[in-house]
Design a protein around this ligand. Sequence first.
Ligand code: UDP
Length: 357
Amino acid sequence: MKVLTIIGARPQFIKAAAVSRAFRKHGSFSEVIVHTGQHFDANMSDIFFDELEIPHPHYNLGIGGGTHGENTGRMIEAIEKVMLEEKPDWTLVYGDTDSTLAGAIAAVKLHIPLVHVEAGLRSFNNRMPEETNRKLTDHVSTLLLVPNLVAVANLEAEGITGPRVINVGDVMYDAALIFSAKAERDSRILESLGVAPKRYILATVHRQENTDHPARLSSILQAFAKACQPVLLPLHPRTRQRIAKQGLEVPANVRIIDPVGYLDMVMLEKNASLIATDSGGVQKEAYFHHVPCVTLRDETEWTELVELGWNRLASPGAENFLSAFTVIPPAGRLDAQPYGNGNAAEQIVDVIASFHH
Ligand code: UDP
């Protein structure tokens, strides 16, 4: 069975790493990987293919750097050409980026069955580009593979129910389990940065609602300035550009570094005393590695982490935001398994192998 996998952004490489391994193990699949080019810097793309042993993409469309509309349109056109050439049995898309939506639209117009991994998530904030991408993709998917029970309920509320919705667990949990020992063995990031375990706050900032609003971005930097420990900030290229463009001052206790590979990121997460992030994936990884997290957003898709006490929402720009990092919050509860057992990738592959559409 031939599966055409469409990926283009950092979190998708990490999810695809786990699933691609499972395809190879299963034995009866041929996977053709299309990289749209959405993320193209070496440290946002190539490093993941190398470290996580993802097969080299069969196609690299080289589409990035434009507006959402430009990128999505160009991707649909280029992906359609690949589909006509490859004639896959399934198209596989992940998450909520422009590459996800472009893959979904191209597939559905050619009547190629579509599987959406990480289906069903909602922030209920329609101003986020990701919310549109995930909603539209869900509504045209043949098979919706969701990471948790909240996602099942979200889909039900939109009238999407039945055997095509399957809770397989979160494939990012698989990735965390698969690569954790390798990270411990191979990563030298703590030594090379000279940081001591539990003596720093790890932060990431890349969401458009923060990077493209000067007041929010500046409020984040001001709150970091008051943090109780030094802040280590592996910075997404978009945020770096915006900080420079807006002429914002980086506080002395904030150390900006280039984005790191996944194995280094896992080590930085595990050893942080607190994680401050607007990333979806990093919120969950904080929980997987039992580190408290403050989310730099007004809402989150991963509400169970707030309920379990691992995650706190803090809205940049809000009055009390400036004191968000003055104390390290306590750990949360560990008596739930909201993201499955770490075998989501195997389940995804089994479901695709046996699903009759
Ligand atoms: N990540 C990484 N290096 C970094 C920052 C993040 O490897 O410098 C990983 C992180 O561990 C997680 C994923 O990238 O697995 C999250 O991606 P991102 O924050 O870009 O997207 P989101 O999860 O918000 O969609």
